[in-house]
Design a protein around this ligand. Structure first.
Ligand code: FAD
Length: 401
């Protein structure tokens, strides 16, 4: 029988989970603190492991209508622009991993998820609804909203992001550790750039202690960039925290003329900077009637572009665990067991990628990228993962006789 499920947070993770749970016959309500459901004007990369979940939610056409299918990843030296390594995407990614790799504008993906959720259960997303805490009782969980209103359900999912109130109640306040690195981001309308500025590829411009990734979104209407560099005195975490354009330009001084063209073309008042933090791995994600999902339980630095992808995977596995578990306790155990090691591996490897993308000399870059096997091996376990079929129960151990 379907459960009454409360979701704190209407970001990509919360809405993807809501759509999957509604599709599976549960009764879902989403509580979002913001007055409207909006995503920042930034890009997001969606690899096969999440694409198959979005397809399962009926979003193939919506994705094809608004996204970009990049043809390849190019790793370039920051100053000369020499391509030192390439990974084919486009048809190759789909053929190898079973589903396409998309570049999506974040407002587009949030809109398609919202429309899917509202089609399945109109009016189930409540805005201006800040979740402050919860109380678990024997037969239900009671959640409290800012202002004092309480709402009861069978299960509460904390999909409330990196500053999660649900995680804080479950685990206490947790100190995030600043990596000393920040992510600059910005978006440039295509008409501000020279014609044929860049094909539909993903470019990683790699330099000393900094890199910058660039790709098109929204059918090529915008060029999105994320530039990661060291900035030990910047500790603010958030998508909409502005920083001076002049500082961004200074950080990327010496980068290729294409990078300068891009930075010169951007709106100088729309330059954002996010401090990249890591948090210790949580020992557990669930109690009797509460669980966590997405950035609330495994925030990552974005070097493997898997943060939202992991949140989407979480929701799909949780749907299956609720179906396969004999009761709620077992379902939450199955969910957590299936997810906790994979997400920790992605988080750890993302952190380690700073070493791969930041070198001082051309030779060091060439050496680091000479062996293509590690990237090929990583792609296999990362993108072949299918949240819709991955076994949730450990295989029985075979014994002789
Ligand atoms: P969020 O997106 O943070 O959503 C949480 C929601 O909960 C928000 O809407 C918030 O308003 C709401 N909320 C918070 N507190 C409360 C409360 N108390 N009550 C009610 N609502 C609440 N990931 C990728 O997969 N691919 C990429 O290419 C990629 N690029 C990135 C680039 C950068 C620079 C950064 C910083 C991250 C990137 N990520 C990427 C990571 C990705 O953005 C996150 O992992 C993803 O957004 C997490 O989704 P979420 O739904 O868990 O959390």
């Amino acid at each position: 029988m379907g459960k009454k499920i409360l979701i704190a947070g209407g970001g990509i993770g919360g809405l993807a989970a809501a759509a999957g749970l509604l599709q599976a016959g549960h009764d879902v309500e989403v509580f979002e603190q913001a007055p409207e459901l909006t995503e920042v004007g930034a890009g997001i990369q969606v690899s096969a492991n999440a694409t198959r979940v979005l397809y399962n939610l009926g979003l193939k056409k919506a994705l094809d209508d608004v996204s970009v299918l990049p043809q390849r990843t190019e790793f370039r030296l920051h100053d000369t622009g020499e391509v030192i390594s390439e990974i084919p995407l486009g048809p190759d990614h789909e053929a190898k991993f079973g589903a396409p790799y998309y570049h999506v504008y974040r407002p587009d993906i949030l809109r398609m998820l919202r429309e899917r959720v509202e089609a399945l259960k109109p009016g189930c997303i409540r805005l201006n609804a800040t979740v402050e805490g919860y109380e678990e009782q024997a037969d239900r969980v009671v959640m409290t909203l800012k202002g004092g209103e309480t709402v009861a359900g069978d299960l509460l999912i904390g999909a409330d992001g990196i500053k999660s109130a649900i995680r804080e109640q479950m685990h206490g306040a947790q100190e995030a550790e600043f990596t000393g690195q920040v992510a600059w981001r910005g978006m440039i309308p295509a008409e501000k750039l020279p014609d044929d500025f860049m094909p539909p590829v993903f470019i990683n411009w790699m330099g000393p202690r900094r890199h910058m990734v660039v790709y098109w979104v929204n059918k090529g209407n915008y060029l999105n960039f994320v530039g990661c560099t060291e900035k030990p005195d910047w500790t603010e975490v958030g998508w909409t925290i502005k920083a001076p354009w002049e500082d961004l330009k200074a950080d990327y001084e010496g980068f290729h003329p294409d990078v300068q063209t891009m930075l010169d073309a951007m709106d100088r008042d729309s330059c954002y900077c996010w401090a990249l933090n890591i948090r210790p791995r949580l020992p557990f994600w669930s109690t009797e009637r509460v669980t966590l999902l997405g950035d609330s339980c495994h925030p990552t630095i974005p070097y493997m572009a898997q943060g939202a992808v992991m949140a989407i995977e979480d929701g799909a596995v949780l749907v299956r665990a609720l179906d396969e578990g004999r009761d709620l306790a077992e379902a939450l155990t199955l969910y957590e067991q299936a997810r906790i090691d994979r997400t920790a591996r992605i988080v750890n490897e993302s952190t380690a990628h700073a070493q791969l993308y930041h070198h001082d000399t051309h030779k060091a870059f060439r050496d680091a990228f000479a062996d293509k096997q590690p990237a090929a091996d990583r792609a296999k376990w990362l993108y072949n993962y299918d949240p819709l079929t991955v076994p949730l129960r450990p295989k029985p151990v075979q014994t002789d006789g």
